[in-house]
Design a protein around this ligand. Structure first.
Ligand code: PLP
Length: 478
């Protein structure tokens, strides 16, 4: 493909993408395919000779689209959103064209410099304490990780390394492995599975602590756990608190957890993967109070801030805690301006990194803070609209306070009845949702996901749910 053809085909693809996104209501959100469907449609080998664009292009609809789960469909209500916007898509084209690896300042100065500025912009939008920002002139700053899972791993591994180093300062004879075997990390029983995995990767004990009636981890529970574990000779070193849990969008009480962590020399990492975007609205910002006690904080603009995957923003008050934990310095990666700007290769696990700040920059400039606040508020309003529809029907109940764009609801009946209802909904195919379970109560999660979801889609969803309830249960729910 030469430049002339690229211009032509690129424009065709842009048209295809715009048509795809604008007409998604016409496609079922969940594909109707069986495992292995695609292999049967493909040759066994890659083509020997170049094929024609037209042949490839037509295979998008023939081979790929039948097996796509359409996360951007206004009828997709599963998980949490995967953000998507035209400005971010365009910025990614530019990033792909530049194709430079930004692992050090020297490897692509604009990549590092834009990230530094944009993460300060974003941190200010969230009203993060200034010591998390580069502009404070201290040791704080932000970095774009690929995912929230990776941010948790980076925080936990750094906390582990720093804790072991500190223990050895007091007692140099101690073996690393002896200390490691006593380390204990905490999260709530509602934390995302990636937190448990971070514990496995870090090879530390992980305690999942019980939450209160609002599914929040409280200080008293953490305090008891720390005392119990210390009495048993263990070494508490890390807490991952969640703001906006995956099952029900609950908020751990970081104002209670934070001082306890500070007092006990424990690294508090705050995972606000989904809910973090909402903190740009002053009315939601109080939910972030207590972040001043955190050593690290993370949220995903790629969930709810119109920035396409991947873009997970992480801030630390003292970047040395991360960069010194992973410091390996071969000659070929050094440069003469070292130390004047961050070399992000020290801040995360991979070496290579995309120019991801471009898409944040495009989104922040083309939506503006006001446009992004309006976007969040629209989704929260739609969630409340759906909540009202559920509450008005006495066959159903709401199982968790609706704070953001997630509604957790269920039939007033057995778990089995709710499992059957969700199966009927997903088999029907007009909507897609996933379940969750808290303290043995099974429920259905209805998340406002796609950028194009409107009040009309909410009413459509409720109409389908009611229709399938009547079809499957009539008047008898048990
Ligand atoms: N943390 C929370 C609270 C989440 O809800 C999720 C995903 O939904 C994650 C972490 C994982 O996010 P990622 O895919 O960016 O690792």
């Amino acid at each position: 493909m030469d430049a002339t053809e690229f211009r032509k085909r690129g424009k065709e693809m842009i048209d295809y993408v715009a048509d795809y996104l604008e007409n998604l209501r016409e496609r079922k959100p969940f594909p109707d395919v069986v495992p292995g469907y695609l292999r049967q449609m493909m040759p066994d080998e890659a083509p020997e000779n170049p094929e024609k664009w037209e042949e490839l292009f037509s295979d998008i609809e023939r081979v790929i689209m039948p097996g796509v789960t359409h996360w951007q469909s206004p009828h997709f209500h599963a998980y949490y959103p995967a953000a998507n916007s035209y400005p971010a898509i365009i910025a990614d084209i530019l990033s792909d064209a530049i194709g430079a690896m930004g692992f050090t300042w020297a490897s692509n100065p604009a990549c590092t410099e834009l990230e530094v500025v944009i993460l300060d912009w974003l941190g200010k939008m969230l009203d993060l304490p200034p010591n998390f920002l580069f502009s404070s002139g201290g040791t704080g700053g932000g970095v774009i990780q690929s995912t929230a899972s990776e941010a948790t791993v980076v925080a936990m591994l750094s906390a582990r390394t720093m804790f072991i180093r500190k223990m050895k300062e007091d007692n140099p004879e101690q073996e690393d492995t002896a200390i490691l075997s006593k380390l204990v990390a905490y999260c709530s029983d509602q934390a995302h599975s990636s937190v448990e995995r971070a514990g496995q990767i870090s090879m530390v004990k992980m305690q999942k602590l019980e939450t209160d009636e609002k599914s929040a981890l409280r200080g008293s529970t953490l305090s008891e756990a720390i005392e119990r574990d210390q009495a048993n000779g263990l070494l508490p070193f890390f807490v991952c608190a969640t703001l906006g849990t995956t099952p029900s969008c609950a908020f751990d009480n970081i104002r209670e957890l934070g001082p306890l962590c500070e007092k006990n020399g424990i690294w508090m990492h705050v995972d606000a993967a989904y809910a973090g975007s909402a903190f740009i609205c002053p009315e939601f910002r109080p939910l972030l109070n207590g972040v001043e006690y955190a050593v690290s904080f993370n949220f995903n603009p790629h969930k709810w801030m119109n920035v396409n995957f991947d873009c997970s923003a992480m801030w630390v008050k003292d970047s040395h805690l991360i960069s010194d934990a992973f410091d390996v310095d071969p000659l070929y990666l050094r440069h003469e301006n070292q130390g004047k700007m961050p070399d992000y290769r020290h801040w995360h696990i991979p070496l290579g990194r995309r120019f991801r700040s471009l898409k944040l920059w495009f989104v922040l400039r083309l939506f503006g803070q006001k446009g992004l606040q309006d976007y969040i508020r629209k989704d929260v309003q739609l969630a409340h609209e759906f909540e009202s529809l559920v509450r008005a029907d006495d066959r159903f109940e709401i199982v968790a306070e609706v704070i953001m764009g997630l509604v957790c609801f269920r039939l007033k009946g057995s778990n089995k009845a709710n499992e059957n209802l969700l199966k009927a909904i997903n088999d029907d195919g007009r909507l897609h949702m996933v379940p969750s379970k808290i303290k043995e109560v099974y429920f259905i999660r209805f998340a406002i996901c796609a950028a194009r979801t409107s009040a009309r889609d909410i009413h459509f969803a409720w109409k389908v749910i009611k229709e399938l309830t009547e079809l499957n249960f009539g008047t008898k729910i048990n």
